[in-house]
Ligand binder design. Structure first.
Ligand code: ATP
Ligand code: MG
Length: 184
């Protein structure tokens, strides 16, 4: 599951896990960023939001270790909460480059989006994160980059992409659409 910051991935995933657990289905969720941060912490990083500011080569190294940790798990259903790209000082860099896709072998992609204005407001009101400067044109640009990056992932892996709109106040609706799309 991918989407730019503030689209609601973590919120949707919590809802999906709850719905599936209520129906006695097991699902494991993994935050790619959290896994990467755990690896980076062992190397002295303190703030999660500094991950994307590390040199790209260092992010690539950590990304590979995180992907290998995911691939080594034996869970039946795993949903990974991640980004299609990272906004680094060197430019947009892929969250799921080919070498990572070859390690984790995703069967499905879910691309979450929302109205730019809603994403803007969600970012502004979420003060738990140390976010980059937020503007509406930037959010629109990021949604475009997201769309390109996830199409590339589909071509590399041959796995389908489902685009889901997480409309304001409609978390349940979007969560159910995702469950239906991936046949869970
Ligand atoms: P990040 O990539 O930074 O982790 P995220 O995609 O996981 O972001 P969330 O943390 O799930 O985004 O959501 C951001 C904020 O938007 C939260 O405050 C959440 O409660 C709110 N939010 C998410 N979905 C909706 C929705 N459908 N309606 C209203 N608010 C929402
Ligand atoms: Mg999140």
């Amino acid at each position: 599951m991918i989407g730019i910051p503030g689209v609601g991935k973590t919120t949707l995933l919590s809802k999906i896990v709850k719905i599936l657990n209520d129906n006695k289905k097991n699902v494991t969720r993994i935050s790619f960023g959290t896994l990467m941060f755990e690896v980076a912490k062992e190397n002295g990083l303190v703030d999660r939001d500094d991950l994307r500011k590390l040199p790209v080569t260092e992010q690539q190294r950590i990304q590979k270790i995180a992907a290998e940790k995911i691939a080594s798990q034996n869970e039946e259903i795993m949903i990974i909460d991640t980004h299609a790209f990272i906004n680094s000082p060197e430019g947009y860099y892929p969250g799921l480059p080919e070498h990572v896709l070859k390690i984790i072998k995703p069967t499905n992609f879910i691309s979450i989006s929302a109205k730019p204005e809603e994403i803007y407001n969600r970012r502004m009101t979420d003060d738990t994160r140390n976010r980059d400067k937020i503007t509406l044109p930037n959010i629109k640009k990021e949604l475009d980059v997201q769309s390109g990056m996830i199409s590339a992932c589909a071509v590399i892996t041959g796995s389908p992409v489902k685009h889901i709109l997480n409309s304001e106040g409609k978390v349940d609706e979007a969560a159910n659409k995702i469950i239906k799309a991936i046949g869970l």
